[in-house]
Write a protein that binds this ligand. Structure first.
Ligand SMILES: *[C@@H]1O[C@H](CO)[C@@H](O)[C@H](O)[C@H]1NC(C)=O
Ligand SMILES: *[C@@H]1O[C@H](CO)[C@@H](O)[C@H](O)[C@H]1NC(C)=O
Ligand SMILES: *[C@@H]1O[C@H](CO)[C@@H](O)[C@H](O)[C@H]1NC(C)=O
Ligand SMILES: *[C@@H]1O[C@H](CO)[C@@H](O)[C@H](O)[C@H]1NC(C)=O
Ligand SMILES: *[C@@H]1O[C@H](CO)[C@@H](O)[C@H](O)[C@H]1NC(C)=O
Ligand SMILES: *[C@@H]1O[C@H](CO)[C@@H](O)[C@H](O)[C@H]1NC(C)=O
Ligand SMILES: *[C@@H]1O[C@H](CO)[C@@H](O)[C@H](O)[C@H]1NC(C)=O
Length: 402
């Protein structure tokens, strides 16, 4: 077992590291932040600097809870999940935690998760030969598969996900996946309106290579299209999810969700402050008409039932949290405001990807700000490189990146 793994690591690590490095080298010039370009070297060094700001114990944890380091985040599509992914990645990065990663992509898989993916991942930082392969975190895209995930994640992990009102979720997918172009509706005055009104025409699912146009959230949570048709199987799935998930965040109540997350994980406010990622440009947004709800509800019933259920239980969780909830929310929003004021260059946007408007850091941004601004894909590289280099070091490769 040990030898086989070793050979496997050497082969996989070398190939993957080469891929990673060559990709990193090809980063476009436009990946710059404010006036200080985050070059390849600088990027690798982010976080290697003085991180003491993070350990300054702000007394924002009431009681004696212990921070949770193990988490599985099911990253749904077009729900604000990328911002949440970077929050988790940042936490894991700073706390030296190990992630299940696809060495070739920031997408773990577009299929159901399978434990074999963990064997292809760069191994955990503290991996010991002949020990069971156990990671701290899954946060890149992978469809939910409980047993397979449990088998490679440390016990006691929290399971979380984020969902969004299905009407705006569909509008977002429609814009992001450029469906107006693909459906030849660009000449149309309101392509999304036309699409929704003719939605049954598109029932032939094979048309869409991406399953995220219909019940995409339930799909990400593991429900196959054939089981999305019966209300009974949808309801059974919702029941399973409410038993299995520790927290389902709601896109429409983003900050409230993060305060619940902080409480669940026993984290600090510094761990949940964020700079939004993947904000869609205006030309890829469409108006929503009141008449859409009924039509989309018929089309994406599973996602609607999912949303209704977890929007209900969400507010119950806030009640259980108690009086301090709104104080904490207020405090969190103040911190968010501070971050925006100190980290972000006012009025500047990066539109390298025409579909997105990215905020730009001020020129003298601190390490704290830089970590907040890093993209999901950049964290994936940092984390994959860190785990690979640790694996090579364990095999007595004296390896430095320069
Ligand atoms: C790190 O920064 C803190 C203040 O943010 C400072 O007190 C400390 O001396 C610094 N440590 C090093 C090694 O520079
Ligand atoms: C901690 O919790 C107790 C009881 O829940 C409350 O009375 C107290 O004000 C809280 N302290 C802080 C700093 O939030
Ligand atoms: C993470 O690892 C680095 C390098 O080994 C170490 O300096 C740092 O203190 C560790 N951080 C935590 C939170 O354990
Ligand atoms: C979610 O629940 C809240 C509180 O009950 C309600 O006001 C809101 O309309 C619900 N949102 C949706 C989109 O159904
Ligand atoms: C926000 O920043 C101001 C000024 O730096 C500071 O006085 C205040 O305590 C900060 N608020 C929070 C919630 O961190
Ligand atoms: C960054 O520069 C601005 C204006 O030049 C200044 O007000 C601010 O204090 C600086 N921030 C840091 C962290 O040095
Ligand atoms: C690794 O190599 C560097 C320079 O090549 C050397 O200074 C260092 O001592 C080596 N470390 C180990 C653990 O062999």
């Amino acid at each position: 077992m040990g030898n086989r793994l070793l050979v496997c690591f050497i082969a996989l690590c070398s190939i993957a590291l080469i891929t990673l490095l060559s990709r990193t080298r090809n980063l476009p010039e436009r990946l710059s932040y404010g006036k200080s370009p985050l070059t390849r070297t600088a990027m690798l060094k982010v976080g290697d600097g003085n991180l003491s700001f993070w350990s300054t114990k702000v007394s924002d944890i009431n009681g004696t809870c212990r921070p949770v380091n193990n988490v599985v985040f099911i990253k749904t599509h077009k729900t604000g999940s990328t911002t949440l992914a970077t929050i988790i990645e940042r936490y894991g990065y700073i706390n030296n935690l190990s992630f299940v990663l696809n060495p070739h992509s920031h997408i773990l898989t577009d299929k159901l998760f399978n434990r074999n993916m963990a064997y292809k991942s760069p191994p955990p930082l503290d991996f010991k030969e002949n020990h069971k392969l156990q990671f701290n975190i899954i946060t890149n895209h992978a469809r939910y598969s409980r047993i397979e995930m449990e088998s490679v994640i440390q016990s006691g992990a929290k399971y979380i996900t984020i969902i969004r009102y299905p009407v705006t979720n569909l509008e977002s997918a429609f814009g992001y996946f450029r469906l107006a172009e693909r459906l030849d509706l660009t000449h149309n005055k309101n392509p999304f309106y036309t699409f929704v009104n003719e939605i049954d025409k598109y029932s032939t699912e094979s048309f869409f290579r991406r399953p995220y146009i219909r019940n995409g959230q339930m799909y990400d949570l593991g429900l196959n299209p054939e089981n999305q048709k019966s209300v009974a199987s949808i309801q059974k799935k919702i029941k399973d999810l409410s038993r299995e998930f520790d927290l389902v965040l709601i896109h429409e109540y983003y900050d409230e969700s993060l305060v619940l997350l902080k409480n669940l994980m026993c984290w600090h406010f510094n761990d949940i402050v964020y700079i939004p990622k993947g904000i869609r440009s205006k030309q890829f947004r469409y108006n929503i008409d009141n008449s859409f709800e009924m039509k989309i509800k018929r089309w994406s019933l599973a996602d609607f039932l999912l949303y209704e259920h977890f929007n209900r239980t969400f507010w119950k969780k806030i009640q259980t949290y108690g009086q301090t909830f709104y104080n904490d929310l207020h405090r969190f929003r103040q911190k968010q405001h501070n971050v925006t004021m100190t980290c972000i260059e006012e009025g500047a946007v990066d539109t390298f990807d025409a579909r997105e408007e990215k905020w730009v850091l001020v020129a003298n941004a601190t390490e704290f700000c830089r970590l907040l601004r890093l993209e999901d894909t950049q964290y994936w590289k940092l984390l994959a490189q860190r785990q690979m280099i640790a694996a090579l070091h364990r095999m007595n490769f004296n390896f430095t990146l320069n």
